[in-house]
Design a binder for this molecule. Structure first.
Ligand code: C5P
Length: 209
């Protein structure tokens, strides 16, 4: 399941995994975890070489239960720390660095190789697992995405979220390595006018077909 920020990937992926008794992997959480670790250590995120030099240092551990997904960095729970606005603003710079992507794509493939999983991200259908039996690309209007994100957060406005998401999506879709993209064989699903249950039902229908 790929798509831009706020398209509803996380809730939909978890719901689909739950409905089918599959595992669930949030690959964005992996990029966020590395970003958080680098911010904590004062790595200069304006310098891709500095990021590349530390790309292999943090040890990640991902829990794939859709009812309780988890992310730990160097053995410590990082689920809350990776969702701050500082991490969100910095993550695209880290995820654009090829050494970071090479490492995380390899780890994602290992987890996927264990079988039975719904994976969400930006490059899952195009790069991480191009042979996936079902690929869904979620979209939604910029307004709908900003409204959803604003409802999840405190102390922000729809305008601020719209601007922050547009910036992140531009960075994610224009980077040289593995940009956000829809696979040629993915089913595109516009979630603008759908609620979560409808999105899950639609994805389950695509899987059954
Ligand atoms: O999905 P989420 O918004 O948590 O992802 C955070 C960031 O991680 C994205 O903005 C993107 O820079 C990066 N990412 C990526 N490739 C993925 C998943 C996320 O580059 N497969």
């Amino acid at each position: 399941m790929d798509g831009p920020s706020g398209s509803g990937k996380s809730s939909a992926s978890r719901g689909v995994a739950r409905a089918l008794g599959l595992r669930y992997l949030d690959t964005g959480a992996m990029y966020r975890a590395i970003t958080w670790w680098m911010l904590e250590r004062g790595v200069d995120l304006a310098d891709p070489e500095a990021i590349a030099a530390r790309a292999l240092d943090p040890v990640l551990s991902m829990g794939t239960d859709p009812d309780a997904p988890s992310v730990a960095v160097d053995g410590a729970d990082a689920a809350v720390a990776i969702r701050t606005s500082e991490v969100t603003a910095a993550v695209s710079a880290v995820s654009a660095v090829p050494e970071v992507r090479r490492r995380l794509v390899a780890e994602q493939r290992e987890i996927i190789g264990l079988g039975g999983i719904v994976v969400e991200g930006r490059d899952i259908g195009t790069v991480v697992t191009p042979g996936a039996p079902v690929k869904v690309y979620l979209t939604a209007s910029a307004d709908a995405r900003a409204l959803r994100r604003t409802a999840e957060l405190t102390g922000t406005t729809v305008e601020a979220q719209r601007a922050a998401m547009a910036r992140r999506d531009t960075l994610d879709s224009t980077r040289k390595t593995d940009p956000l993209a829809m696979a040629a064989d993915a089913v595109e699903l516009d979630t603008t006018a759908l609620n979560l249950e409808e999105v899950i039902a639609e994805v389950l229908r695509v899987i059954k077909e």
